[in-house]
Every structure is written in C-alpha cells, then in structure tokens.
Design a protein around this ligand. Structure first.
Ligand code: ATP
Length: 497
C-alpha cells in the first residue's frame, strides 16, 4: 500500500500544521468545508449517533493531518524533568512528601532503590510502605494506577520483612502469568542486589526441583498452579512458615475462576497471622467486595473512579469500516509519527496473526504474542521486545497486564476489549492503555472503531470512567494543554491510494 502522502518531511508537516485556521473541528455538523494547502476539501462526518459526546476532528488532507501529527508528537515529547515535576504535584500519583530515607528502609535496600535510578517514592509507595512495614503486620488491599510503582512497593515490603538468617521461604508472591512472575522476580533481584543474603526462587512451569527437597530461598515468586503444587503436592514450601503473601494483579486472581480456586487454596494453608497484600490498578466493585471478605481486617488504599486513568496518556479513536481499513489507518499512523515501540491489542489470536503478517509485509519488525504459545516462548518474545529487537508487539489480552516496557509510547486497540458477552471490559481497557505512559512518561492510546457496536463500546467505556467531555472548539488547545481524557477522531481514510 502507498503511504507517500504521509511521507512529508517534518518541516513540511510543521509548516502545514501552522495553517491552524484550515483545520475545522466541528461537532454534530453534516458537512464541513475547509481549505488546506490551497485545496478545497469536503469532509464527511460520521453520523451524529456515532459521535456520542466525543469530540470529532475531521482530518482528511495533509495540512489537517500534519496538525494532528504535530499535536501527537508534542504529546510524546518528554521534558527532561517530567517525572520530577510530577513528583512535586500533589495531584499526581507520583507525588510524595517523603524521601525513601524517611520510609526507614534497610540501608541495603536504599542502595538498591537508588541503583535502580529511583529518586523519590511515588504516592502508592509512600502510603503503602509504612502500612506494610508497621508492627504488628497489617493486611492491605491497594489500588494505584498502572505504572505507578506498585511492584516496587510490595517488593520492598517483602525484602524488608524476610529474616535472611532463616533458610526457608517466608514471602510468597503470586502473579497471574509466567512472564509477569519473571518480571517481578527481576525487580526483586535488582532491588535486593546489595542484600545478597536474601535469595529468590521461581515457582514457575519448567523450574523442576528434585523431589523431596526443601527450598532454602526466603522469597518465592510464581504462578498460582505451580505455587499450589509446591506447597501441597511436592511440599517444597512449608506454607505454615510464610509471613507475607502477595497477590499481584489481585482483581484478576480473584475474578478468574481457576486462579481464584488456586489462590484461595494457597491462602487457606497459610498461618492465621500471615500478612496479606493485594495489589492492582483496577478492582471491579464486586471483586473489591470479595477481596474485603477474604482478607481479614485490611487497610485499604482505593482510587475514585475518575482517578483511575492517567493524565499522561492521551486517548484517540479512529473511525474505520472494516478490518482492512483499520490496518490502513494503522499504516497511516506509522507513516505520520515516530513511534519508539508500540503494543497492538487484538481480540483473537486469528486477527493478531493476520495483523502481524500484514505489518511484517509492510516492513515493520513485528513480534507476535498470543495465549497458545508455550510460556517460555512468550517470555522470550517479551524479552526481545524489551530489548528493542522488535518495535511492534501484536498481542491478545494475554499481555494486557503488568508488562513494563519503558519505550512503549503507543498502545493501539485494534479491537476494543470486550468480555465473553460482548460487553465493554473496562478493567482490561485500563490495563492495556497502561502499557504506555509508565511512571510519568507520556503515552498515546489509539482505539480503532469499525462499527456502531464498537462505537457504543467505546462510549460505554468513556461513561464508566466519567471522562470529561471536550468542547469541540477547544479541541486543539486541549491537546496542547494536556487536558484530561481527550478522545478525538482521526479518520481512517487519509493518505490512502
Ligand atoms: N519511585 C520510583 N522512581 C522512579 N521510577 C520508578 C519508581 N517506582 C517504580 N518506578 C519504575 O516505574 C515503572 C513502573 O513501575 P511498576 O511496574 O512497579 O508499576 P505498577 O504500578 O506495578 O504497574 P502495573 O499496574 O502496570 O502493574 C517501572 O519501570 C519501575 O522501575
């Protein structure tokens, strides 16, 4: 396919974008005429019902597209002290009053934290750590936005609680997937680098230990099935000696039937006074209630619905008619902006496979990750992506949660997330877009809308999170001033042959 009309030099794009007046942003209007680069253009708006209360920008020529490119680019540029600025803003989830020293961490752990390049704790770290380290130990159910440092928070709690003189597992951390368990394990290794007496074991598929042995490592991280086997069948771990039990991505561990059974069976084997720590970026109401029932007398850190999304992630949607147009729109986006790394989410393995093939034939370095792959293969794909060997990761929901790759600047919902009944999956939406905009970085989330039904899903997601309605005449300035939750339309038809 040709994207030559997108291959404008940056200067040319900027110059065209300066013709601000030529861009028309209208709502509920049947036809918008505009003049750009001296050419008259007719724009065909989507139907009024499609628009809902999103702001629509009709961008069907170079000048208009260039403006959009500029706006998008300006969203992706990070000022050098962005994180520091956010950490001083009381409204930011990265804000903290205290320093790591004031959190009274062991000197070895402080060294580890600083070696990882952390300067100050985030809000969740500042609030949760004193609760997790208090005596006597207290249970905690904690919610904080994606990429705000929950993992680091519970890892520091585990490393602080273990007694390195005791050579048996004392902290057990359960993650929903193999690759997340590996990722969290890496954080434990990095943070514990100056505390070598504390050792870690992975309870994940493929890690075969000799029958009859007892684990000596103080921290065990794993997936629920293997952890259960190691406690119950293989008796590698004595669950009665566990002091801290962490459920990462706790809502999915509770909401998914298989995970719930296994997690509850593990929990029942633990001593009554074992400290329970539950973390996630999202907790659907029913799951939250259930969590409070299974965790005795918990401290609670909960976000308001409107706080769940990050200001630093800008959201757009693209109107298309079918799968092929969605692909075209994707190519246009690639032709228009420089994307460090992107994650593209599809509903089925079949679509993911098709899309990865199409993108590869367009010359993109693409990795494909889906549920039917062996877990070791999946972990290898993520590792290559993390190392930047591939720039695009096409995946299904299997990768929606937790994966932390700093360079991901764009998340694309090729298909919007829906549950098995076809209703919007609000939680998965947040987790997916949270793969970008990690710890103060700016990110873009672009949703492909290809039917009335998918528009309806997007509208319901917007309503669920109480996102702000953007007055159309303010659209351009809103993008510039980074107002919250802007959702604009880029039409799919631009730049096609
Ligand atoms: N205090 C800090 N200062 C600087 N960077 C930090 C700090 N805490 C965590 N980070 C970094 O921020 C990124 C996101 O952190 P982390 O993965 O812990 O977030 P999370 O809240 O667990 O995300 P998710 O909800 O997606 O699981 C990581 O790369 C981590 O190294």
């Amino acid at each position: 396919m040709a994207t030559d009309s997108w291959a404008l030099a940056v200067d040319e794009q900027e110059a065209a974008a300066e013709s601000l007046g030529s861009l028309q942003i209208k709502e509920n209007e049947e036809k918008v005429k505009t003049e750009a680069n001296g050419k008259a253009k007719v724009f065909h708006p989507v139907s009024q019902s499609d628009q809902g209360h999103f702001v629509c920008c009709y961008l069907e020529d170079r000048a208009a597209q260039s403006l959009l490119n500029k706006l998008i680019r300006s969203n992706l540029v990070n000022t050098t002290n962005q994180v520091e600025v956010l950490q001083r803003d009381p409204n930011s989830p990265l804000y903290s009053v205290k320093s790591f020293e004031e959190l009274r961490l062991k000197p070895q752990l402080l060294q580890g934290v600083y070696a990882m390049g952390f300067n100050r704790p985030s809000k969740i770290q500042e609030n949760a750590l004193p609760m997790m380290l208090a005596e006597p130990p207290q249970n905690l159910i904690a919610q904080s936005q994606s990429g705000t440092g929950k993992t680091a928070a519970f890892v520091l709690a585990m490393l602080s609680r273990v007694d390195p003189a005791n050579k048996w597992p004392q902290c057990l951390c359960v993650s929903p997937t193999y690759e997340l368990a590996l990722q969290t394990g890496k954080v434990i290794e990095q943070m514990g680098k100056f505390y070598p007496e504390v050792k870690l074991e992975y309870a994940i598929r493929g890690n075969k230990l000799e029958r009859g042995m007892k684990i000596q490592e103080q921290i065990v991280i794993g997936t629920p099935g293997t952890v259960l086997d190691w406690c119950l069948k293989l008796k590698f771990i004595d669950p009665k000696k566990i002091k801290v039990f962490v459920l990462d991505e706790a809502d999915v561990m509770i909401a998914t039937q298989g995970h719930q059974d296994q997690s509850i069976r593990i929990q029942r084997m633990l001593p009554k006074d074992c400290q329970m720590l539950l973390f996630s970026a999202t907790f659907e109401d029913s799951v939250w209630k259930f969590a409070q029932r299974i965790v005795p007398d918990p401290n609670v850190i909960k976000l308001k619905r409107e706080e769940e999304t990050l200001d630093t992630i800008k959201q757009y949607y693209v109107l298309c008619n079918n799968k092929e147009e969605k692909f075209l729109a994707l190519c246009n986006i690639y032709g228009a902006i420089t994307i460090a790394q992107a994650m593209i989410f599809c509903h089925t393995r079949k679509t993911a496979g098709w899309l990865a093939g199409e993108l590869s034939s367009e010359g993109h370095q693409v990795a494909l990750l889906s549920g039917e792959m062996m877990v070791e293969q999946r972990a290898a794909v993520i590792e290559r992506f993390r190392e930047g060997k591939e720039k695009v990761l096409v995946t299904t929901n299997v990768c929606a949660r937790g994966i932390d790759v700093e360079q991901v600047s764009v998340v694309i919902n090729f298909d919007l997330p829906v549950d098995k009944d076809g209703n919007p999956d609000n939680e998965t939406y947040l987790h997916r877009i949270g793969r970008t905009g990690r710890f103060g970085k700016r990110g873009l989330a672009i949703n492909m809308v290809d039917s009335k039904q998918s528009m309806n899903i997007l509208n319901r997601i917007q309503e669920h999170f109480k996102w702000v309605k953007v007055p159309p005449h303010q659209c351009g300035t809103m993008v510039r001033s980074y107002r919250k939750h802007l959702v604009a339309v880029i039409t799919a038809k631009s730049g096609t042959t």
